[in-house]
Ligand binder design. Structure first.
Ligand code: ADP
Ligand code: ZN
Length: 218
């Protein structure tokens, strides 16, 4: 149904971009590309890129545009992306959006839709600071809104749940500030080229998912 669609999920940290990607992937065969997940994999592997990225991520700052754009361009050029993809957490600056246009043009593809996830500040802080992430499959849970069946254990794969180091209150606040300053100008960018659709991401995830499907099917 949503096959062959090339999507961007845009919105502040904690809006549920990753969570709804996870739900959407149960129904649709799209490639999920999360720049945050790719960077955390680099950190786990202990690469040079991982080391320099970790210092920035722990302060809630962005990794340089060219670095993430190159990572994404390399991933998009792989064959499996021909059936459609979700970009989750990229682009995060206008510069990254321009680099994305170059990268997709090079491989003869384009972005079909940009979904903006919108939620109020206090809820974002609450979600981020109570978030638990699976070390293994990267699924998200939440100590308040979406508890795992067994404490500390992932419902999907049995992996260990942990709190991301950038989900502390201080870093979460910084990430939201960085979003306002550097990422929210993309709302105008994608409104001007008519790709933007907005959903209210403050509802429980199943309801948000209904809205997401409605937007993707129009
Ligand atoms: P969230 O959406 O919850 O903030 P992510 O996993 O997408 O979490 O990102 C975590 C961190 O990784 C960001 O705060 C930033 O430091 C880095 N990062 C992820 N994607 C990008 C990007 N497109 N550009 C620059 N930095 C990024
Ligand atoms: Zn898991």
């Amino acid at each position: 149904m949503i096959k062959n669609k090339n999507l961007v999920f845009l919105g502040p940290p904690g809006a549920g971009k990753g969570t709804l990607s996870e739900i959407l992937l149960r129904d649709e065969k799209l490639v999920h590309i999360s720049t945050g997940d790719i960077l955390r994999a680099e950190i786990t592997r202990g690469t040079e890129l991982g080391k320099s990225a970790k210092a920035l991520m722990d302060q809630g700052k962005l990794v340089p545009d060219q670095i993430v754009a190159d990572m994404v361009a390399a991933r998009l050029a792989q064959d499996d992306c021909a059936g459609g993809f979700i970009l989750d957490g990229f682009p995060r600056t206008v510069k990254q959006a321009e680099l994305l246009e170059e990268a997709t043009a090079k491989i003869g593809r384009k972005i079909d839709k940009v979904v903006l996830f919108d939620a109020p500040y206090d809820l974002l802080i609450q979600r981020l600071t109570a978030r638990l992430t699976c070390r293994q499959c990267k699924a998200n849970f939440n100590k308040i809104f979406s508890k795992p069946a067994r404490e500390g254990i992932c419902d999907h794969c049995g992996g260990e749940l942990y709190q991301r180091s950038d989900d502390s209150l201080e870093t979460a606040k910084n990430r939201l500030k960085v979003y306002e300053e550097q990422t929210s100008p993309l709302i105008r960018f994608y409104t001007e080229n008519h790709l933007l659709a907005k959903i209210d991401a403050s509802l429980p995830k199943e309801q948000n998912y209904g809205m997401l499907l409605a937007v993707l099917n129009t």
